[in-house]
Design a protein around this ligand. Sequence first.
Ligand SMILES: [Zn+2]
Ligand SMILES: [Zn+2]
Ligand SMILES: [Zn+2]
Length: 101
Amino acid sequence: MPAAGCDLCVYAAVHGWWGPDHKGTHCGDCHASWSGTGKAHCTACHQTFASNPTADLHWHRERHVDPGLTRNAKGTPKLERGDDGVWHSTKRRPNYWERAA
Ligand SMILES: [Zn+2]
Ligand SMILES: [Zn+2]
Ligand SMILES: [Zn+2]
């Protein structure tokens, strides 16, 4: 549903795409934008995750969990939100997942 006030959605409703200035993907429900292949956007809480497996961490036994409330067996958070607003796994990740500076 195009929302008045969101330039991207207004543009997309008319032109069928996000336009030349927009890189990546845009959610027509929460109006968040994100870029980068492999990222996952949750249609329940409208948070963006670094990858599909990362997004899976905030689903517990088929139930949706607030990403900020996820805990592993030791009681530590499974997800943390980066400066870019994207949720990352708190597990140590291999170097090839590190973001370029
Ligand atoms: Zn929008
Ligand atoms: Zn969610
Ligand atoms: Zn959304």
